[in-house]
Design a protein around this ligand. Structure first.
Ligand code: GLC
Length: 415
């Protein structure tokens, strides 16, 4: 694997030459099938970026490469390692559970014991620093923390607050990838302004609650959190470790509260804008399917979601699932998170559909995804209509998740 850098893996050369949180988890899930020790290392390596308060950063910077985003997000730790001050969908415990399944006996328990203490501190940090009310739904302080950067409703929130013009001199991503496949200049200006604000506030959730225009209960982040909480409970049970009571109480509340992110008019899940106290129903995104991954949607809701996966005005397409609903006014087949199909989202949706027994739909998404890769290689994302490959080439999580699909059978359960 050309993207490996010792015990961690970069998402792609040039565009992403450092370690990203959820990329490493997807990568470990693939690696676990043919080099389980290396998969375990990939996850263990994330701990070196953990802050003393428990936060696990979305980027751990490699010493050997400079990066255009460093100026906005980079913070040196006392250990000498530099990280970003943001986090990402907290998928690590899910990866740890997948890796632990490929281990046996003492090696399994040792690995779980190595992962548990810092994962618990991470989940406790989420509940301590990133919840704002009784719902126990976590808030994100920047669109990057959703993993789906230029999500349309998020760009709308930032657009209302930040000036239209800004300094783009530092923007280097469009030097590596065609600019019509990346966020627009306006979106980039706003995301960088939001990052600057977060850095000025020392990435402190409480301070940002007062000053930031962007505080959101993100549906992807919270669905992943619910799945990761369940994985954490499972890992702890395997080594007979008792999780703190306060933590498990908060975990159950998050799971129950996902239901509040459902909209009865459109039969879909959305993120919630805490600052403006409203569900962001303006544009449905693929993240609305992820309560399936959390196994937290009701059966009837799951059926309604499946209908929208088939509906060509919503998420039905030759190569599902587009990152936003096709009815979106500025739907784009090429531009980053405003239309293209991403393999990690398809993988999460398939895992979710498996919980509900939608075997046929899982097979359809898998087959279409494998066709994308067979046609245009391990790309970062693809046109949902033509299958044309877009963004970075030799993209790590695309390769890793294809490996996972090729090694696992879809469990057959009745829908
Ligand atoms: C982009 C994606 C994010 C991913 C990162 C590295 O920022 O939006 O989800 O983790 O690239 O691949």
């Amino acid at each position: 694997m050309a993207n490996q850098r010792g015990n961690w893996t970069q998402p792609a050369a040039r565009l992403y030459p450092h370690q990203w949180l959820w990329d490493s988890v997807f990568i470990a899930i693939g690696l676990a099938h043919y080099n389980v020790n290396r998969a375990a290392e990939e996850l263990v390596s994330l701990e070196r970026g953990q802050w003393s308060n428990g936060m696990v950063p979305h980027i751990i910077f490699s010493r050997s490469t400079t990066y255009w985003l460093s100026h906005f997000v980079k913070i040196p730790l006392p250990s000498g390692i530099a990280t970003s001050g943001f986090t990402q969908p907290p998928l690590i415990a899910v990866g740890a559970a997948a890796v632990s399944k490929q281990l046996t006996g003492r090696r399994r328990t040792d690995f779980i014991r190595q992962m548990l203490p810092w994962l618990i501190r991470y989940h406790e940090w989420i509940y301590r620093e990133r919840t704002v009310d009784e719902s126990s739904l976590a808030v994100i302080i920047h669109p990057w923390e959703s993993g789906m950067d230029n999500t349309p409703e998020y760009m709308r929130i930032l657009n209302r607050h930040w000036p239209k013009e800004g300094d783009l001199a530092l923007r280097k991503d469009i030097g590596y990838t065609a600019s019509d496949q990346r966020p627009t200049d306006r979106e980039a200006i706003h995301m960088l302004a939001q990052a600057k604000l977060a850095k000025e506030c020392d990435f402190d959730g409480a301070r940002l609650m007062r000053t930031s225009p962007f505080i959101v209960k993100d549906i992807c982040f919270n669905s992943v959190l619910v799945a990761a909480n369940a994985a954490l409970v499972d890992l702890a049970q395997q080594v007979k470790f008792k999780l703190p009571r306060e933590l498990t109480t908060r975990m159950s509340r998050t799971r129950e509260s996902l239901a509040t992110l459902w909209d009865n008019d459109t039969n879909f899940f959305y993120s919630y804008d805490v600052k403006n106290k409203r569900l962001l129903t303006g544009t449905a995104t693929v993240a609305g399917f992820l309560p399936l991954f959390a196994d937290a949607a009701r059966r009837q809701q799951a059926k309604q979601l499946v209908q929208q996966l088939r509906d060509p005005t919503r998420f039905g397409s030759k190569f599902p699932a587009p990152s936003v609903a096709r009815s979106y006014k500025h739907f784009s087949t090429t531009r980053y998170w405003t239309g293209p199909t991403w393999i990690n989202m398809n993988w999460l949706i398939c895992k979710g559909l498996e919980h509900y027994g939608f075997t046929r739909e899982v097979e359809q998404i898998k087959t279409a995804s494998l066709e994308l890769v067979a046609g245009d290689g391990f790309r970062e994302y693809y046109s949902p209509l033509t299958g044309y490959g877009l963004g970075a080439q030799s993209f790590s999580w695309t390769a890793a998740l294809v490996i996972d699909w090729l090694h696992t059978q879809t469990p057959h359960r009745n829908a």
